[in-house]
Write a protein that binds this ligand. Structure first.
Ligand SMILES: *[C@@H]1O[C@H](CO)[C@@H](O)[C@H](O)[C@H]1NC(C)=O
Ligand SMILES: *[C@@H]1O[C@H](CO)[C@@H](O)[C@H](O)[C@H]1NC(C)=O
Ligand SMILES: *[C@@H]1O[C@H](CO)[C@@H](O)[C@H](O)[C@H]1NC(C)=O
Ligand SMILES: *[C@@H]1O[C@H](CO)[C@@H](O)[C@H](O)[C@H]1NC(C)=O
Ligand SMILES: *[C@@H]1O[C@H](CO)[C@@H](O)[C@H](O)[C@H]1NC(C)=O
Length: 300
């Protein structure tokens, strides 16, 4: 915990110095611009609203349509973070996706890093599914339980992405580590810059234990809430930005970000012991020969 806090403080201090502020909290150092500075609506503008001050965003789903937004910029490597509060009550069938993707469609060559929150019947636990696509191929699902009710309050969901590892964090606890092997391969997305997206949609044909439970439309609209978008990353510029990873000028590309810290390993071990519901690397029925990346150790 201490090391993590120190890292946050160092980053926050750096931001404050850059911003020329003398006394301000880390929260205040995050992007407080308007939605339109960094995001656009992908579909159904009329299912998107904000709080009065514009700092909290709401996406809603009804029997007509869901809604989604995306960043205007693409990024390649960095730290991507946002606070989400998910649909409460009976939300079976409702999926809130929070993800990065190299395209704004489901193209056959896309790279993608997914967080998906699978709603449930009242009182039953939400599951969080993560997946990784390279060049259009995913099938790398993991499912986790959370240690809190994600519909009661905002929690922080983050992705660390560099050329050595991709780590999914929940409130700064690493829940999934996906390693590269340092060679040209077909599993680790590290070439294509990605946008950040979020959307809410109906997935009652697959999300709820294979479609057993149907969305209860009487309860719609279903609303997910967002705030504190925070990105510390290399913003893409064609043909190539200054901040490419080979410079290791940025903390997310440096040696300490190539593997988990000792504290993060403790947290990760706890998650592995207690919260993993499904791991594709443990599914030998589905993969008689386990995928190549499954042999890479998250502890290295
Ligand atoms: C958000 O938008 C502002 C204004 O266009 C821009 O200066 C900033 O770099 C953007 N932030 C990110 C993280 O893309
Ligand atoms: C959608 O919901 C509205 C309001 O509850 C209802 O009037 C309408 O018939 C529904 N439409 C469909 C296609 O189910
Ligand atoms: C990426 O996928 C496309 C479409 O499936 C395929 O034609 C291409 O060879 C793939 N590229 C690489 C580098 O694997
Ligand atoms: C919903 O709750 C049930 C019962 O606790 C659980 O088996 C299931 O994995 C949960 N998630 C989904 C998406 O159905
Ligand atoms: C991994 O597979 C074994 C054998 O099928 C099973 O007992 C175990 O619960 C699985 N663990 C996870 C995390 O899926």
């Amino acid at each position: 915990m201490d090391t993590r806090l120190n890292v946050i403080l160092v980053i926050a201090t750096t931001l404050l110095v850059l911003a020329g502020c003398s006394f301000q909290s880390y929260e205040a150092a995050e992007s407080k611009g308007s939605f339109d500075d960094n995001f656009s609506i992908m579909w159904s503008q009329d299912h998107f609203t904000t709080s009065k001050d514009g700092q909290i965003w709401y996406l809603s789903l009804d029997n007509d349509t869901g809604c989604g937004f995306q960043t205007k910029q693409r990024y390649r490597f960095g730290w991507f973070s946002m606070k989400l509060k998910l649909v409460g009550g009976d939300s079976a069938g409702v999926v809130t996706a929070y993800y990065m993707c190299s395209e704004n469609g489901a193209g056959p060559e896309r790279d993608e890093l997914d967080f998906e929150f699978l709603g449930n019947r009242t009182g039953e636990p939400y599951l969080i599914q993560t997946n990784i696509y390279k060049n259009g191929t995913g099938n790398r699902e993991m499912r986790h339980q959370l240690w809190f009710d994600p519909t009661q309050d905002y929690h922080t969901y983050s992705i660390l992405w560099n050329t050595h590892q991709i780590v999914f964090f929940v409130d700064r606890v690493p829940i999934r580590v996906f390693k590269n092997n340092g060679k040209a391969n077909k599993f680790f997305p590290n070439e294509k810059p990605m946008y950040l997206f979020s959307s809410i949609w109906n997935a009652d044909e697959w999300a709820t234990r294979g479609g057993l439970e149907k969305t209860n439309w009487k309860l719609s609209p279903f609303v997910s809430s967002y705030k504190d978008f925070s990105v510390d990353a290399c913003q893409w510029k064609d043909p190539y930005p200054d901040c490419v990873s080979t410079t290791t000028n940025n903390w997310w590309d440096q040696y300490s970000a190539w593997h988990l810290s000792a504290d993060q390993k403790n947290d990760y071990a706890w998650v592995q012991r207690n919260l993993v519901i499904y791991d594709y690397c443990n599914d030998s029925q589905r993969f008689p020969t386990l995928p190549e990346e499954c042999s890479l150790s998250p502890w290295d």
